[in-house]
Ligand binder design. Structure first.
Ligand SMILES: Nc1ncnc2c1ncn2[C@@H]1O[C@H](COP(=O)(O)OP(=O)(O)OP(=O)(O)O)[C@@H](O)[C@H]1O
Ligand SMILES: [Mg+2]
Length: 258
């Protein structure tokens, strides 16, 4: 297992995929060889990385099903961003895998499928689905670090407890190498007393040091980058602020993993 990060939250739409793509973009800009594993049947990361999931014959669902060491070797594809960013696309039946009843065997399947594959990359980013099902658990079982993405709102904070419990369970039962990397705050409004209050609450929940700085503000360029299926770092001045933020987050992540 090499530097592998599961980006997760059971709440939908908080920015898990945006954080994976932002970090991948920062890696892309530096020529850091990166593999993105799309564990979400919505296939948003796959699409935004310039790969059409409906055209892919094999993907994460098949890798999970194969239950074979290195099964993902022939399933990874080069992303539309170029040779430094590769992808295990969200193809195969991920929904079926999420409800597989043979929990024990399923948990190890992603790490087994990625055996010998992640070693070819400096960084692997796993984009989890908005669920705490078996696929997310298998993502955690394959990772060295769990990175939680949270929106500083009342609903954003409510679901954190079960996510931390799952990280703890996987660490205890399946993967002693898993580290809780921390929390990235996303979609932070420019001025909001409520967001400040929620951030303080979050500090009390996970500890001030676990909440990463800088946080990610709400910016329209995020949707532009997703829509154009391009890295944020390719947007020049318009993307500079977020590119700088993701550069700093990537630096922190790589420090965590070293
Ligand atoms: N910082 C931001 N500024 C502006 N828009 C953002 C930001 N972060 C995310 N978004 C937008 O919010 C929506 C949800 O983001 P994203 O898909 O990254 O969340 P997610 O947690 O991966 O969602 P899901 O749970 O469905 O996988 C997208 O339209 C995305 O472009
Ligand atoms: Mg997503």
């Amino acid at each position: 297992m090499t530097r592998t990060v599961a980006v997760l939250n059971q709440k939908g739409g908080v920015g898990k995929t945006t954080v994976v793509l932002g970090l991948a973009s920062a890696a892309w800009a530096r020529g850091i060889r990166t593999l993105v594993v799309d564990l979400d049947a919505q296939a948003n990361a796959t699409w935004a990385l310039g790969v059409d999931p409906s055209l892919e014959t094999y993907g994460t669902g098949d890798a999970l099903k194969a239950s074979r060491s290195g099964a993902a070797t022939d399933m990874i594809v080069q992303s539309g961003w170029g040779d430094d960013v590769w992808l295990l696309p969200a193809a195969g039946d991920l929904t079926e895998r999420d409800t597989d009843t043979r929990r024990e065997t399923t948990m190890a399947r992603l790490s087994r499928a990625l055996d010998g594959v992640t070693e070819g990359f400096d960084l692997t980013l796993i984009d989890c689905a908005p669920s705490l099902g078996l696929n997310t658990a298998s993502g955690l079982a394959a990772a060295n670090a769990a990175l939680l993405v949270v929106e500083p709102t009342i609903f954003g904070l409510r679901g954190i407890g079960p996510v931390l419990d799952l990280i703890d369970d996987v660490w205890t039962e399946h993967n002693p190498k898993l580290d809780f990397a921390g929390v990235v705050l996303n979609r932070v409004p420019a001025i909001s007393n409520d967001a400040e209050l929620r951030t303080e609450e979050l500090h009390k929940m996970v500890g001030r040091k676990a909440v990463w700085s800088p946080s990610i503000p709400l910016r329209v360029v995020v949707n532009r980058a997703h829509g154009e299926r391009a890295p944020l770092h390719a947007f020049g001045g318009e993307g500079r602020e977020l590119a700088d933020i993701f550069d700093r987050l990537l630096r922190r992540l790589r420090r965590n993993l070293s």
